[in-house]
Design a binder for this molecule. Structure first.
Ligand SMILES: *Cc1c(COP(=O)(O)O)cnc(C)c1O
Length: 354
């Protein structure tokens, strides 16, 4: 593609985020951290009860039914909740709204690769302190003047979870910055930073329905924070697009949130499979940090990861691999059903025995 310089000078260019492949044929798909189980049956019922005549009308711009359900679930005020089209939408609006500084924002060098893309897109300066050799965030790196802080907990793609004391330490050292904790995977991990929201007016926690709620295709995410911050987020949203959430997303999302029993059972199955697969991978010689997410980030001392990635792919088993120097030895393997994981383990066994 060539664009004349005269035109190019006024065009916003960016290196886009590269999502994992979405192959359309039948494969063992362990590459984008989707949930292998269906969403709650209550979601199906909600969709069936939806009256399509109402599609004539715009959806509720305030997303009332979904916010109400989330408010009951988290025991927070409705004014402390903001919903969007997946947490990517929510995070992107957070970058635009809260990272409006000349100082660099801080996030780890190995983390969700979308952060760098949004920083570039919105022309926000950023710095990326290195994770240590165990892929842990070094908290002292965040004890300095900055334009904001963001990190996922558990981190992606490492699956490493830091406890609430760690999160609170970062908050204590950043009273005058917004700190965003991206909890895309926290349901598979442990305590959430949501319980700190009442005590820190600078904390934003983001969540997604894509992983623990099996609803990546519906595109629902949300942010939880002090109501003054949620108000700022709404002002930016209404300056952009008032009707982000479709009627279908609103009712399906609310139905999912109300079915707590199914939600907890879904998470239990995934974490059980994760622990079993972890043991099997260790027995095969893989090395990985303890996973608290729905994926395992593993390397093998005797096997080239990119080669393994290609070989698995040729057998219809999709995992994720990055050519980045720091993590090129690793594969990120989503936790699927027990059956899918058996297929993966069988294939790995055969290759490693050769
Ligand atoms: C999957 C993921 C997201 C995005 O989730 P969506 O709600 O599907 O947009 C955000 N942050 C991290 C760390 C993720 O892994």
């Amino acid at each position: 593609m060539t664009i004349r310089d005269e035109l190019l000078k006024n065009i916003r260019r960016v290196d886009p985020y590269v999502p994992g492949e979405q192959p359309q044929d039948k494969v063992v798909k362990l590459n984008t951290n989707e949930n292998p189980y269906p969403p709650s049956p209550a979601v199906k019922r909600a969709l069936e009860e939806l009256n399509t005549d109402s599609f004539r009308l715009y959806p509720d711009p305030a997303s009332g039914v979904l916010i109400k359900a989330l408010s009951d679930f988290h025991r927070l005020k409705e004014e402390q909740i903001f919903v969007g089209v997946g947490s990517d939408d929510v995070l992107s609006l957070c970058f635009l709204t809260f990272f409006n500084s000349d100082q660099p924002i801080l996030f780890p060098d190995i983390t969700y690769s979308f952060y760098k893309v949004w920083a570039q897109l919105y022309q926000i300066p950023y710095e990326c302190p290195r994770l240590d050799s165990d892929f842990r965030i070094v908290k002292e790196d965040y004890y300095r003047v900055n334009g904001g802080v963001i990190f996922p907990n558990p981190n992606a793609p490492t699956a490493v979870y830091e406890d609430l004391g760690f999160v609170e330490d970062i908050l204590e050292h950043n009273h005058d910055s917004i700190v965003i904790v991206d909890e895309a995977y926290v349901d598979f991990a442990g305590r959430s930073a949501v319980e700190l929201i009442g005590r820190y007016d600078n904390l934003i926690v983001t969540r997604t329905f894509s992983k623990s709620r099996s609803m990546a295709g519906m595109r629902i995410g949300y942010a939880l924070a002090d109501e003054s911050l949620i108000c700022c987020l709404n002002d930016v949203k209404y300056s952009f697009n008032s009707y982000t959430m479709s009627q279908a997303a609103l009712v399906c999302g609310a139905a999912s949130v109300r079915d707590r029993v199914y939600f907890e059972e879904n998470i239990r199955k995934i974490t059980e499979t994760r622990e079993w697969v972890g043991k099997e991978l260790k027995a095969l010689g893989f090395i990985f940090p303890d996973s608290k997410a729905n994926f395992i980030f593993a390397k093998h001392p005797d096997y080239d990861a990119s080669q393994l990635f290609e070989e698995l792919k040729s057998e219809g088993i999709y995992v994720r691999h990055w050519n980045d120097a720091r993590i090129k030895d690793y594969l990120r393997i989503t936790v699927g059903t027990d059956g899918e994981m058996r297929v993966l383990l069988q294939s790995l066994k055969k290759k490693l025995e050769k």
